[in-house]
Each structure stands twice: as C-alpha cells, then as structure tokens.
Design a protein. Structure first.
Length: 287
C-alpha cells in the first residue's frame, strides 16, 4: 500500500513500446510502483544481482533436476550431489559470480535443499517431467500472458506448486498466492485444466501453504492483469508514470534517481538520470 502517489513525467524514447507479453513479475512490479516498472521495462535498466536471487535460482535448478530423477533415486544425498554439480557451474555465470565466495548464501541453499525433505517426501511426488518448469503462453482478458510454473502435479488432484526461498511471508501470504492463482487461470485457458489447489513451499522458512482454488479469486487475477495492461498503455501514451512512495522504497535500486524520493533527481529518461542510475550500480540492457 503506497503512502502517496506522485505522477512523474519521463523523457520517454520515441516509439517506446511495452513488452509484448506480460508475466506475473511485470504485473507485480507495476502494481508496486509504475515508475519502477518504467525504469525496468521501458528504460531497460537492470538491477545489480543479489545473493537472494542467486540463492533462489540455484535452489530451483537443483530441485528441478531432483524431480527429473526416477522417484526411488530422489534422496537427500542425491540432492546434495546435484547441488555440487550445478551450484559451482551456476556460480560461474556472470550474474552470480559476485557470490562465488558467499558462504552464508551457500548455507542457505543447502538448508533449502535439505528442508525440502522435511516438508515433503520427494520419492512420493508423482510428476510428469514435462510438468516441471512448465511454460504457459495464453491470452488472458486480451493480454498476452506468459509464465513458468515450477511444478504441476496431477496425482490426487491438479495442483500448481511454486517453491520460494527467503523469509516466511507472514501477513503477506495472500500477495504471494497471487502468482499461482494467475497460473491456475492460465492453465484453464490454455489447457482447459481445472487446477484444484495452489501450493507454495517456503524452503528456508520451512512452511507449506496450500489453498483450494477459489474461482472468484482466480478470475480476479485476470481482471488485475487487464487493469495493469490498460494502466501501462495509458502511462506510455502520456509519458508519465505513477511513483508509489512506500516502505519498499528503502530497498528500491532506483531510489536515487526517483524524483518522488529524491527532489534533486533529474527527469527520468534524460542523460543526467541515466548517469545517476549507472552510478547507483545499474546497467543498461542496451549497452
Ligand atoms: S523509490 Fe519508491 S517511488 Fe521511487 S521508483 Fe522506487 S519504489 Fe517507486
């Protein structure tokens, strides 16, 4: 919830366009702050990588490989072997190399992998390998939506599962459930499959949250997607975006260059603003 909303004019590139397809992350970012969405998707700025992101990516990779194994081979020892195989390889990737020697992050990954075996028995999970990291591409309320589902299972019921690393969601659990709810809607539209349950597995926080799919909530996600697309189309047309000042501004990589946060910040999109973003450690996707 924003403390205040300021409309910020930007110096938009001529013929600037919105991304052709909309993901859940894009929608969530736009809902959080329109100006942040502008910096990221219209300005093409990339935030510095974080240990949390590296931890999440490596953990997801290992868990995916674990569930690609035959059920009887999914032991904690085999999972640790997979971590030894894929962890060092991924830490050589340019975006994760800064965390090569981050032992605290490595411990978090190891904990996450081991906790999976506390939260469920991987040998009992029946999953088609095609349903791991499963891509969804479908029109939702006139918007081209795309997403990647961590796991879709059809044993006792149709269930969409997403793994999370990091802290417990606490009172923000409904926000976290928005993503699998939107995936449930996409499943219905793309495959005519009714998802019965959405599930979030918080590996580090050792929590599993399951909810039966409520049709009203599921359909409301499609409405939110359309509202986001309409709003961003208006913003690009007006060359002005809503800066939503809130507690998350303290963690925003764009805060120095955000006129709602820093009265001395130049107009976003100008060379002076771009310089400020470079100094803050952001990189341009176009360079
Ligand atoms: S500092 Fe706050 S208002 Fe400014 S772009 Fe970031 S989230 Fe938006």
């Amino acid at each position: 919830m924003a403390d205040k909303v300021l409309r910020i004019d930007v110096d938009q590139r001529p013929h600037a366009t919105l991304p052709r397809r909309v993901s859940y992350s894009q929608m969530a970012l736009y809902q959080q702050c329109g100006l942040k969405f502008y910096f990221s998707y219209l300005g093409g700025w990339r935030e510095p990588p974080t240990a949390a992101l590296a931890c999440g990516s490596i953990t997801h990779e290992v868990v995916e490989h674990l569930y690609r194994l035959p059920n009887e081979e999914r032991s904690v020892e085999r999972a640790v072997e997979l971590l030894r195989e894929h962890g060092p390889r991924m830490l050589q990737m340019s975006e994760y190399r800064p965390f090569e020697n981050d032992n605290s992050m490595k411990t978090q990954i190891r904990d996450a992998i081991e906790n999976l075996f506390v939260l469920e028995n991987p040998q009992e999970v029946v999953v088609d390998p095609n349903h791991l990291e499963m891509e969804l591409n479908v029109e939702v309320n006139g918007v081209n939506f795309f997403g990647k589902v961590d796991r879709f299972t059809q044993d006792d019921m149709n269930r969409v599962t997403d793994y999370k690393t990091g802290k417990s969601p606490g009172r923000y659990i409904d926000d976290k459930l928005s993503q699998p709810y939107l995936y449930a809607l996409a499943f219905k539209l793309q495959h005519d499959i009714d998802v019965d349950e959405v599930e979030l597995i918080f590996l580090n926080a050792k929590e599993v949250v399951r909810r039966p799919v409520d049709q009203t909530v599921m359909l409301s996600m499609g409405d939110k997607l359309a509202v986001m697309r309409d709003g961003s189309e208006n913003d690009i047309e007006a060359s002005a975006w809503d800066a939503k000042v809130q507690r998350l501004c303290d963690y925003c990589a764009y805060q120095e260059a955000c006129p709602a946060r820093n009265v001395l910040a130049p107009k976003p999109g100008t060379a002076a603003s771009d310089d400020m973003l470079r100094q803050a450690g952001l990189t341009s996707r176009s360079s």
